[in-house]
Design a protein around this ligand. Structure first.
Ligand SMILES: Nc1ncnc2c1ncn2[C@@H]1O[C@H](COP(=O)(O)OP(=O)(O)OP(=O)(O)O)[C@@H](O)[C@H]1O
Ligand SMILES: O=C(O)c1ccc[n+]([C@@H]2O[C@H](COP(=O)([O-])O)[C@@H](O)[C@H]2O)c1
Length: 205
């Protein structure tokens, strides 16, 4: 399926008002599942978000695209599963020709100087974060909230990112004011967990 089948509203960066706190939740969503919806719900509540941009990536640079469903399909399934009107499903990275998060965040920052952003990811992503392009730049761009995930609970201690930015860790009791912190700043949020994964769903389990 090609970009022409994607409604143009998904190819524009969502609009946020000045002063808003906006979570950026990037993912392959191949397919999206209730674990993603739970992360979004926890992030909205614990971080006090006005919006959460559910950013469906054209393709994770570290993953093979062999079994990647078309972007239009991942967008439609994300819309169907996103539980809250504050969630804005988007795929504007496709239109910008970007799939490196560092580039995306630089662009978001450049055009939204008055908005407060927080990058959101699951605990498994924290484990591999140091393999992302310009990962230290990402950590210096926006605060980061890591949501616990079964199997990766200890990443907040063992991940390379966690060690490198140990000094910048914020207690989860202060998650609601994370947006006020100057990056680097990150927190690890515990709460209800889901063991679901897209891999499992693709395997039909
Ligand atoms: N069950 C879950 N609990 C917490 N975070 C999750 C969960 N599932 C996915 N995430 C997070 O959501 C984001 C998008 O994940 P992704 O779309 O790759 O899903 P996935 O289930 O990990 O997929 P796959 O199994 O194909 O790797 C990532 O930051 C990931 O860490
Ligand atoms: O920029 C990178 O090098 C990079 C490497 C791996 C993952 N990411 C981003 O991380 C988000 C989660 O990806 P995924 O495949 O784990 O759902 C998604 O927005 C990807 O574009 C980004």
């Amino acid at each position: 399926m090609t970009a022409e089948k994607i409604h143009p509203r998904y190819l524009r960066m969502p609009h946020a008002e000045r002063g808003m706190v906006v979570g950026l939740f990037g993912g392959s969503f191949n397919p999206p599942h209730q674990g993603h919806a739970l992360v979004a719900e926890i992030a909205i509540r614990r971080l006090g978000l006005d919006q959460l941009w559910w950013m469906v990536t054209p393709g994770n640079p570290l993953k093979s695209r062999n079994h990647l469903a078309p972007l239009a399909e991942r967008i439609a399934l994300s819309e169907a599963i996103a539980p809250d009107p504050r969630i804005k499903v988007t795929a504007f990275e496709q239109a910008l020709g970007m799939n490196y998060t560092a580039d995306t965040l630089a662009r978001i920052k450049a055009v939204n100087r008055q908005v407060h952003f927080i990058w959101i990811m699951g605990a498994d992503s924290l484990n591999t974060f140091h393999k992302w392009q310009k990962w230290q730049t990402i950590a210096h761009t926006f605060p980061i909230a890591v949501i616990d995930r079964p199997g990766s609970t200890l990443s907040y201690l063992s991940a390379k990112m966690a060690k490198s930015f140990h000094y910048a860790r914020v207690d989860e009791d202060d998650a609601r004011v994370l947006w006020k912190k100057r990056a680097p700043a990150w927190t690890f949020i515990h709460g209800p967990r889901s063991a679901l994964s897209s891999t499992q769903l693709r395997a039909g389990q």
